[in-house]
Design a protein. Structure first.
Length: 142
């Protein structure tokens, strides 16, 4: 999330090609503080990401996990969302931390990608097949 928010790869590529390009307005990144992180899956790893994002970066943290109970959300200090599309629509960053199984394969598809803000970032820290790659490519080329 930090690398995406601060545009680290694009600025590094520009500096490799052009030399020192900083500070220029086009390279100004985003602050994570005050942004909304949507977590898909709040197991052990998702809960740790929630803690770092909420306490460390002062982000608002939402979570979607149909297999977690209310206590799990409370311990992780995550605002529960029972509707994945609603979570995606509210989030500036979406981070996926789900196991891959028949229920989660293709969980993030065309409909889910369309629900996201145009400016949102998607981080799949889980198995690749949870995000429908063809749908992602179509969404990125729009």
């Amino acid at each position: 999330m930090l690398a995406l928010a601060k545009r680290l790869k694009p600025i590094q590529r520009a500096m490799d090609e052009q030399g020192w390009v900083w500070p220029a307005a086009c390279w100004m990144g985003l602050d994570l503080a005050g942004r909304t992180l949507g977590l898909v899956g709040i197991g052990r790893i998702g809960a740790r990401v929630a803690r770092m994002a909420g306490r460390g970066f002062r982000m608002r943290v939402l979570g979607f996990d149909p297999h977690a109970d209310a206590a799990r959300f409370a311990v992780a200090d995550v605002q529960r969302r029972s509707d994945l599309l609603a979570l995606l629509a509210e989030s500036d960053f979406v981070s996926v931390h789900s196991v891959l199984n028949s229920e989660t394969r293709g969980l993030i598809g065309a409909r889910e990608l369309a629900a996201m803000k145009p400016s949102a970032f998607l981080v799949n820290a889980s198995r690749g097949a949870i995000v429908d790659e063809a749908a992602l490519l179509r969404a990125l080329h729009l």
